[in-house]
Design a binder for this molecule. Structure first.
Ligand code: ZN
Length: 407
């Protein structure tokens, strides 16, 4: 097995979570009678380029099924994040009706709707049919294709190159990272800008966020490593922002190496912070399993204790993170009888692997549970505010990451 960027043989295990089904493969009632496909979930560190990566990349077709249940527009805070980004990019890059904005993995048009409403031409690239159809209903031109070098070359011949390419929250999910970054370079106008967002590996390690590891999340990056991969395709990173999304993400602003864009001081400052954290040393990557196991063991101990003492507990948030934690911890409905989720696309389904049912929020008022375990810890403030009424019957909130805490 070799590194997907530099082809160095991989020997150093970063994290081994056993095996699990794809985290978005929610089950219908009919599917409960059938077996599920579980894949190993194990990450390695490349000793040469320090890219942290899954050991095997499963076929796209298997992981992104047509009944894919994630629709971006269902998260309010995510829409606010997207709109602010568009406002900033349009001003900073002076985009207008003569520009072209391309978004890769444009989902249901959650972001491009704000580009389109400013009269700026845009196109979405989205391989998932259900979300592409939803985007077209918003008037967003959407091509149902996977992005890569071949697509980019073909696109530029048929249309034109893009002044802004948005690849926010997609870089980590790309199986062939070299082909993808080559495509970014091929589709970008001479003085154009690419922005990419991805969870920052430094934050993942510092905050013990092992539950953000799942099969569709192929790569885990430091700024050092992304900069190296971009440089291999003639791209330079000219600015970086640290964002609170997904527990701590980076947003990079990149351009062709020959572009007139000058590097901001934020780039060297963050490179220095990574060096100070030890990220250029392999030892940094060798202690993470013990951190993940501590989180998992504390969570299981808490659930067992509530079960023994006869207290009721409900989960909240049927997201990928929760599935990683619950499957690694071996939690089943005896310890967590159900998970509440606001999305009607998830309600009436069962979580993959753990087979815990997903129910609507009304169930909380009926059951009045003693504890609500918040699985998407990145949304904990929002969820605590929204479910504040559980305090009326003495209910309490719990999070498991970065450490077990009763709020
Ligand atoms: Zn490598």
């Amino acid at each position: 097995m070799k590194c997907r960027h530099c082809a160095t043989a991989l020997h150093d295990v970063f994290l081994d979570l056993g095996s699990a089904p794809p985290s978005n493969a929610f089950l219908t009632a009919d599917a409960l009678n059938a077996p599920e496909t579980w894949f190993p979930l194990k990450l390695f560190t490349c000793r040469n380029c320090l890219l942290v990566q899954v050991d095997e990349v499963q076929a796209h077709a298997e992981l992104f099924t047509p009944d894919y249940v994630y629709y971006s527009s269902f998260s309010r805070s995510w829409l606010v994040h997207a709109e602010r980004y568009v406002e900033q990019a349009v001003t900073r890059l002076k985009l207008n009706q003569n520009s072209l904005v391309m978004e890769i993995a444009s989902n249901d048009g959650y972001l491009l709707q704000y580009v389109s409403s400013r009269g700026i031409p845009c196109v979405g690239i989205e391989p998932t049919n259900g979300t592409a159809v939803a985007a077209r209903k918003k008037g967003i031109e959407t091509l149902e294709r996977f992005f890569g070098r071949d697509f980019a070359v073909e696109f530029v011949l048929e249309h034109r190159s893009a002044e802004l390419i948005v690849a926010n929250n997609v870089l980590a999910h790309v199986p062939d990272i070299n082909d993808f970054v080559a495509g970014l370079a091929a589709a970008l106008a001479s003085e154009g800008t690419i922005t990419v967002e991805f969870p920052h590996l430094m934050e993942l390690v510092a905050k013990r966020q092992f539950d953000t590891v799942y099969h569709e999340h192929f790569s885990y990056f430091s700024l050092h490593t992304v900069r190296r991969i971009f440089a291999a395709y003639g791209l330079k990173v000219w600015d970086v922002e640290q964002l609170p999304t997904h527990g701590g993400s980076l947003r990079l602003w990149a351009a062709h190496a020959h572009s007139a864009r000058a590097e901001t001081p934020a780039v060297s400052a963050l490179l220095d912070a990574e060096i100070a954290a030890g990220m250029l040393d392999i030892a940094y990557y060798q202690g993470f399993q013990a951190q993940a196991d501590a989180v998992k063991n504390d969570c299981v101990a808490f659930l067992l204790e509530q079960r023994r003492t006869g207290r009721n507990i409900a989960g909240y948030g049927a997201a990928a993170k929760g599935n990683t934690l619950l499957n690694y911890a071996g939690v089943r409905p005896d310890l967590l009888p159900y998970v509440i989720d606001a999305s009607p696309h998830k309600q009436g389904h069962w979580l993959p692997g753990s087979r815990i049912p997903v129910l609507a929020e009304s169930r909380l008022r009926e059951d009045r549970p003693d504890f609500v375990l918040i699985l998407p810890w990145n949304l904990r403030e929002e969820i605590v505010t929204q479910l504040d009424y559980i305090r009326d019957w003495g209910g309490q909130f719990v999070v498991a990451v970065p450490r077990l805490e009763i709020l």
